[in-house]
Design a protein around this ligand. Sequence first.
Ligand code: SF4
Length: 445
Amino acid sequence: MKIAIIDTTKLFGSRSINKDLNGGFGTRDSFSDSIGGKIFERLRARAVYLPYLTSVYVYSILKQKGITVSYYHKNLPKSSYDIFLIVGSIVDYENENLLAGQLMKNYKNSKVGFIGPFPSTMPTLFPNADFIIDGEADAFFLYEFEKINTLDGIIKVENLINMDDLPSPDYSAFPYNSFKYKPILNQSPLLSIQASRGCPYSCGYYCTYPTSQGKQVRSRSPEALVDDIIFLKHNFGMKSLLFRDPIFGINKEFPYLLSEIIQKKDIAFNWGIETRADLLNKKNLTEMYSAGLRSINIGIETNDPDIAKKNKRKLSELNHQNKVINYCNQLGIKVIGFFIIGLEGDSIQSVKNMIEFAINQNIFVARFSVSTPYPGTKFYDQLNKENALLNKDFNNYNQFNYVIKNKNLNKKDVEGLVSYSYRKYYLRWEKIYALLSDQIKSIWN
Ligand code: SF4
């Protein structure tokens, strides 16, 4: 049997797309239509290129099962396969569908199907395929492989992956020297991995991670992860590793256990995580830093407790968050803050306050995006019920187009504020200097 996995991200010139982000729904950066916005978009597209991690795990599982499996990201297959698997996303679903239709026309004896959380959530948007894997694709190929000969329609995956059952991510068919996450983790090759899936926090009201991974946290053992790390270093020369967990270290013991084994085995590499400030403290930061932690993505979202409450977000205590950021700066861990514009309760003034807050936070970089009601979330259902969606053209659901009817802010206000936030945050001498000197330093390391 021959299977091809295809990711359209680089195939159709959509440079600013990252399908692995946003719970696997994907993001498409589109900061503004101004020249400055376009330059920033290009810079960001050149700086960040991440693998779609599920496709790496699916590839690894299939290879382990002895299947002939290929990965296409730059050009299309030129010969027939038994199965074509296309990575589906909210940010490129039209191109993905066109491709599926083309493959079905060209290879009449093959099966063409989609994988990914967005096709699982909105299968009707993917009509040009024989099948859609509804659920975790890696769980399907690992536990339900016998169904491979009857791929038709929507195939509901019965199982969730037990993280310890996953093989080490095998990047041999992927452009592993091209992946990057600059200026956050500068050393290449940069690869990604998952230590856990699932997030139980109440902000799952609007966030896609619990939609795609569930609320229950499933973790891989620290021992298995360290084996993965050794595998990635040995086979691909990995120097930086990005943990793509929605909330790294939710199991409080985990950061200590992992850091301890990394140090015991004396494995040198830089790594980055995404988590909440209230899961961090001096003790676990010191431990993780000693094991190579160099960057932390923190979803701050808003600085306003009332707005956070309205959006069902549990805010980290401000004083504690400041201490965490200061301690990270002291150690040399970069903190990346994520902020949302246009949340329920936001006004022009509250957003401007938040931008000032971001500037005063002393974080390494900030990302501002607009509140987006993703299908599959309760937020979307609520707005849909209230007839408060400006449109349901999901091409616009990319974190930069505002699609919500909001009594305080209109679409123009919000998109103007996004543009303003980037100008205000990045066009400062001290920020430009910090970013440039970081890049110069990284050349010598
Ligand atoms: S804590 Fe983060 S990953 Fe979890 S639901 Fe909230 S925003 Fe999403």
